[in-house]
Design a protein around this ligand. Structure first.
Ligand SMILES: [Zn+2]
Length: 433
């Protein structure tokens, strides 16, 4: 896992796994991150706290041994190092709910305040180490990881990757057995692909049938695993919901959902991870690359990925506008919205692209607090991550401190002054070229 050849393999593998709507770049080189100082007990004093759900205008937060110990009044003690929180906001570490993870990606994520990544299709070889790390409160240079492992798709279907020999579902496959094999490999949830490709010039693709998807989801539930579905089209999103999906890991952007469609998705109870960054055609990346609060901290890999803005096509539908309209309607209907990026794909890099995605969610109609909840408490609740996603006593001290007030101005989330992972400060120095 830590050898350079293996790193390259994982990154190139991840490059095939993004959404079908936008192509992916070749792998970029990267190096390992710097060492961070040891953690200890400390207080962040007189800080505005967004606790994952609501705002506490002024509080102090005590951290010791990797956990949040108190939120509110914390008596002064010579044992605690003090950080001045005045004029700043403390947030739970961010959770990116749609990535395809690799080692440097998890370090890049952490240096931008993303302390947990939920991987949506990857090599199951990464799972045992990921599980060990996320159970520990030891110092780490990488975001914690949960993963679907190998997603459920058909021969020739999305993700189309001739170099990666993975099991795929055919007409004769025993679907219970297939899902049991993923669970045995360590999949934390089951990812289902409903993707039939097109429209031209993109090729059409073979896909699971809705009946197969229903069987996969039922098998996942029998194994006490959530089932999440890749569907970028309204028709397929509705099929996923009718099949019992727990979540959709893209918005749909082939057309706007009508009131009946939105109501059906809401009744189905699924959450939605919009990944609007997938269809912003580089708007978020251009904005990040022009932001002096961002650029000093970019790794070579992050900069490379952000610079890969896809060429525009004359007459291309405005997928971002369509997807955003759908997200606004889903949110208004009470559908839980979770923040995710689908990194690494073109113009979309680990960690940093979450800061652009939060802006997309606000413009889609969530408002800053709901957008921040979509990146903290909402994913913790949707995925059952009981030890994180809020600033509350007993939870893991994954914390993000920013200048200003992102609960009223989401752009302030980019003004990062400190990040703690498991109560240890994160060194934001990017790795060398
Ligand atoms: Zn993906």
């Amino acid at each position: 896992m830590n050898q350079p050849t293996s790193r390259r393999r994982v990154l190139s593998l991840a490059a095939y796994l993004g959404a079908a709507a936008v192509g992916v770049p070749p792998a970029a080189a990267a190096a390992s991150g710097p060492r961070a100082a040891a953690g200890g007990s400390f207080v962040i004093r007189d800080v505005r706290v967004f606790d994952g759900r609501r705002v506490i205008e002024r509080a102090s937060v005590l951290v010791a041994e990797g956990l949040i110990r108190a939120v509110g009044d914390v008596p002064a003690s010579p044992r605690h190092r003090v950080h001045d929180g005045r004029g700043r906001t403390l947030l739970p570490g961010l959770i990116d709910c749609h990535v395809h993870s690799f080692d440097e990606g998890r370090a890049d994520a952490l240096r931008f305040g993303v302390t947990t990544e939920l991987d949506m299709f990857n090599d199951p070889a990464i799972l045992p180490a990921a599980r060990r790390q996320r159970r520990s409160t030891a110092r780490t240079e990488r975001a914690d990881l949960w993963s679907a492992g190998i997603g459920v798709t058909v021969p020739g279907g999305h993700p189309v990757n001739p170099d990666w020999d993975i099991p795929r579902v055919t007409a004769g496959t025993d679907i219970d057995r297939f899902v049991a094999d993923r669970v045995a490999e360590g999949s934390d949830y089951i990812k289902v692909i409903l993707e039939d490709g097109g429209p031209p010039p993109r090729p059409s693709l073979p896909s699971l049938t809705p009946e197969q998807a229903r069987q996969v989801i039922a098998a996942a539930h029998a194994h006490r695993r959530r089932a999440v579905v890749h569907a970028e089209k309204l028709r397929l999103a509705l099929a996923a919901v009718r099949s019992g999906a727990d979540g959709l890991v893209h918005a749909f952007w082939d057309g706007e959902g009508g009131p009946g469609d939105i109501a059906e998705i809401s009744r189905g109870g699924a959450f939605v991870v919009p990944t609007l960054s997938v269809v912003d055609w580089g708007a978020g990346a251009r904005d990040l690359l022009a932001d002096e609060r961002i650029t000093p901290w970019l790794s070579p890999t992050q900069r490379y990925l952000l610079e890969q803005v896809p060429p525009d096509r004359p007459g291309r539908p405005d997928f971002l506008a369509i997807g955003s309209a759908n997200v606004g309607r889903l949110h208004a209907a009470g559908v839980p919205i979770l923040a995710g990026t689908d990194t690494p794909i073109r113009a979309n890099a680990n960690g940093v692209s979450m800061l652009a995605e939060l802006g997309h969610l606000v413009r889609a109609g969530l408002g800053p607090r709901a957008a921040l909840a979509a990146a903290t408490s909402a994913p913790a609740r949707a995925f059952g991550l009981a030890d994180r996603g809020r600033v509350a006593p007993g939870l893991r001290a994954d914390l993000l401190l920013v200048d200003g007030d992102p609960t009223t101005d989401i752009g302030a989330v980019r003004a990062i002054t400190a990040i703690w992972k498991n109560g240890h400060p994160v060194d934001r120095t990017p790795p060398p070229e």
